[in-house]
Design a protein around this ligand. Structure first.
Ligand SMILES: [Zn+2]
Length: 152
């Protein structure tokens, strides 16, 4: 199902924040412009200083640093909360999450589970499996190639 103009399934355009930044789609506060690396860094800067970057955050996550893991868990929870309505509507049995998260994967996935669990009917949540993708940085390119070959 691609929808009337091919936007069906573009979950990054789910609404997340009425006061959020403008998205390239023309709407304001889409999940894809709210739940970003900048969001993680905004949460991390008061804890680790103004110069902290995403590589620092990933390094701290790899070391098991508790507060950075909480920041990443909160990020996953934010995504889960906003993804939950789509999951209620579509009742998927599988969600594949970007496999390039590296050491952030565990805390982000924990938060994502929590955000979905709190905002979905219990039966729908229990029927859902979340997993990390195995295609890593090739996922978008391979998905686009698959889409181009698929019948309309
Ligand atoms: Zn958008």
């Amino acid at each position: 199902m691609r929808g009337a103009n091919g936007l069906a399934g573009e979950l990054s355009h789910l609404h997340a924040d009425s006061a959020g930044p403008m998205c390239r789609c023309g709407a304001r506060g889409c999940l894809g412009v709210v739940a970003t690396t900048d969001h993680v860094l905004e949460a991390a800067r008061p804890l680790f200083g103004p110069d902290v970057n995403i590589y620092d955050v990933l390094g701290l996550a790899a070391q098991g640093e508790a507060t950075v893991r909480r920041v990443l868990d909160d990020f996953g929870r934010l995504v889960g909360r906003h993804l939950a309505p789509a999951c209620v509507m579509l009742n998927p049995e599988l969600i594949v999450v970007d496999g390039t998260l590296g050491p952030a994967a565990a805390p982000v996935m924990e938060g994502l589970h929590d955000g979905l669990r709190r905002h979905m009917p219990d039966g729908a949540y229990r029927a859902l499996t979340l997993t990390l993708g195995r295609l890593a940085e090739n996922a978008e390119l391979l998905g686009a190639a698959h889409l181009a070959r698929a019948p309309m």
